[in-house]
Design a protein around this ligand. Structure first.
Ligand SMILES: *[C@@H]1O[C@H](CO)[C@@H](O)[C@H](O)[C@H]1NC(C)=O
Length: 221
């Protein structure tokens, strides 16, 4: 191997190690004790939640994902979370789950999780899923019962049930509280509202169109 080729492969290896290292330090922080069951009522502000002095097995338990969620809403889908807010025992452990149910035609609209990569496992039905890279490349696939798809951390992604029967997935996250930012709602249903002149310029449309979307996405009172 020529010296320059050797150098190149050493540099590649270094880049890989740096990428792995950065990846491992930028996920949820490591735990510093066996358990730190979240005291969700504590006024103490820390990165995560303060630990409860005593805890019980139920702090590590949930049946939140046992039953299908109701999908009779405008999107035809429902996300049911099983994160640290529902399972206090997840505090500091860096993982959580969710279940998503989809009516026929249902959409889990484009959104991101700022703190987690997501892996979905299809329980029932079929879905057309995809994420979009920062280079605006759509990476999409149809997946069905028993299959898995990965949405890298922070990237915009969606799932659509184009089938004739309901669909459901279990989602795994490498964060106790992945956070969800739904693109349409973030831009068109924020409080206070994002100014119309920001949205008209960003989307290259008129105020009327922006106002229409805002009224459609307004939180139901
Ligand atoms: C959805 O269905 C449930 C039970 O069938 C009902 O209680 C609820 O009001 C419905 N919600 C909407 C938005 O229609």
């Amino acid at each position: 191997m020529a010296a320059s080729a050797k150098m190149a492969s050493i540099l590649k290896l270094c880049a890989l190690f740096i990428a792995i290292f950065l990846g491992s330090v930028s996920a949820d922080p490591d735990l510093l004790q066996d358990v730190c069951v979240a005291d969700l009522a504590s006024g103490v502000k820390v990165n995560g939640f303060a630990c409860k002095a005593t805890f019980s097995p139920t702090d590590f338990f949930s049946d939140a994902l046992a039953k299908p969620g109701l999908t009779n809403n405008s999107m035809g889908s429902l996300v049911t979370t099983a994160n640290v807010e529902k399972i206090p025992g997840l505090n500091t452990l860096g993982v959580s789950l969710a279940r998503i149910d989809y009516a026929p035609g249902g959409l889990n609209p484009p959104h991101t999780h700022p703190r987690a990569t997501e892996v979905v496992f299809v329980l029932e039905g079929e879905l057309d899923v995809g994420f979009i890279t920062t280079a605006n490349v759509l990476v999409s696939k149809s997946i069905k019962k028993g299959q898995i798809f990965v949405f890298p951390r922070g990237l915009v992604h969606f799932q659509k049930n184009n089938g004739k029967v309901p669909a459901a997935v279990i989602s795994a996250f490498n964060s106790q509280l992945p956070g969800t930012q739904s693109i349409a709602a973030t831009l068109f249903a924020a409080t206070p509202p994002v100014p119309d002149n920001v949205l008209t310029k960003a989307f290259q449309v008129g105020t009327k169109e922006v106002e229409k979307i805002k009224s459609r996405l307004a939180p139901k009172k």
